[in-house]
Ligand binder design. Structure first.
Ligand SMILES: [Zn+2]
Length: 312
């Protein structure tokens, strides 16, 4: 699923092409895109409006149109926006014709393709309604001033859920998904299954920094392409080639050389280094089991680790 860096990449590529221009025609081929609104209702609401700005909030792309209308657009699992694709792409769901430009690009066609058809769009009228839409769904933006170490400390107090699962909760912090949660926890040297409430205050500060570093690295690489994410011209992001631990099970940890482990935390595939991110004591985690299984296969490494304390 596109996460903050992938949506930000799409936003920054698309904004100069559409801002200040007019939506000439909207063809919604798949009615699921705008349910419960009908295709005609949404197409009518959008047609003829000028795009004033293209913004991002969490993993949402927000089309700010004239007349105080916003289109809140979520790409979900597999959607991509292609500009003037030739030939017509597979899995086309929506076609948006943008006019009002000059020269060769006087008119351009955006094709929203989505193999798994989970992407959605919803019109929202007025600033207050837009604010309340996001207030109900999203916590602070990672790069905003509200996302502080203190915020992370406060929202994790008393929480028994693994920190990885908490990071995926968009109400705690917006924009992080499975890739950047793994990458941030590795950078912060925090085991993904550590209960949120057991993070120390200093770890909250380290984790905040690690989240910003991981997201910025993703933005710098123009996002990651794992399934279907593509840029406007169909190109792929490159962050998948720079993952530190995500999807790197069996490869050496870039810090200590230990084998990276795959486990499941909160129902999601999770990758970490058992050496750099030691399992929390007293918490039965499948990650810890994965580490010990690996040590069974590598007795020379097991000998280097301290012997388990004998119980009294
Ligand atoms: Zn390591």
């Amino acid at each position: 699923m596109p996460e903050l860096p992938e949506v930000e990449t799409i936003r920054s590529q698309l904004a100069p092409l559409v801002c200040g221009r007019t939506i000439e025609r909207v063809e919604i081929l798949d009615p699921r895109w705008c349910m419960p609104l009908s295709r005609d209702e949404l197409a009518d609401a959008l047609t003829g409006r000028r795009v004033e700005a293209l913004q991002r909030r969490g993993k949402y792309l927000v089309w700010r149109l004239d007349g105080d209308l916003s289109l809140v657009h979520h790409l979900r699992m597999s959607a991509a926006i292609l500009c003037d694709p030739r030939p017509e792409p597979q899995h086309l769901r929506v076609r948006i014709v943008i006019g009002g430009g000059r020269g060769r690009r006087r008119r351009l066609t955006l094709a929203i393709v989505d193999q798994r058809r989970f992407g959605t769009a919803q019109p929202v009228f007025g600033e207050a309604a837009l604010e309340s839409f996001f207030e109900r769904r999203l916590g602070p933006e990672p790069f905003g001033t509200d996302f502080t170490a203190e915020h992370l400390w406060r929202v994790t107090r008393g929480r028994k859920a693994p920190i990885k699962a908490l990071l995926l909760d968009q109400r705690l912090v917006a924009g992080i998904g499975n890739i950047y949660a793994d990458e941030a926890l590795f950078r912060a040297r925090i085991h993904p299954a550590r209960p949120g409430g057991r993070l120390r205050r200093a770890q909250c500060g380290t984790l905040r920094e690690a989240i910003l570093d991981a997201l910025q690295a993703g933005i710098d690489a123009k996002g990651a392409t794992i399934d279907d994410l593509r840029h406007l011209d169909g190109a792929r992001g490159s962050f998948q080639d720079r993952f530190l631990v995500h999807r790197r099970a069996g490869e050496p940890c870039p810090t200590c050389g230990e084998e990276i482990v795959r486990t499941v935390v909160g129902g999601r595939a999770t990758y970490f280094c058992g050496q750099c991110q030691p399992p929390p004591r007293g918490v039965p985690v499948s990650g810890a089991a994965a580490v010990s299984l690996r040590r069974l296969r590598a007795p020379d490494r097991a000998r280097r680790s301290p012997p388990p304390r004998a119980s009294p």
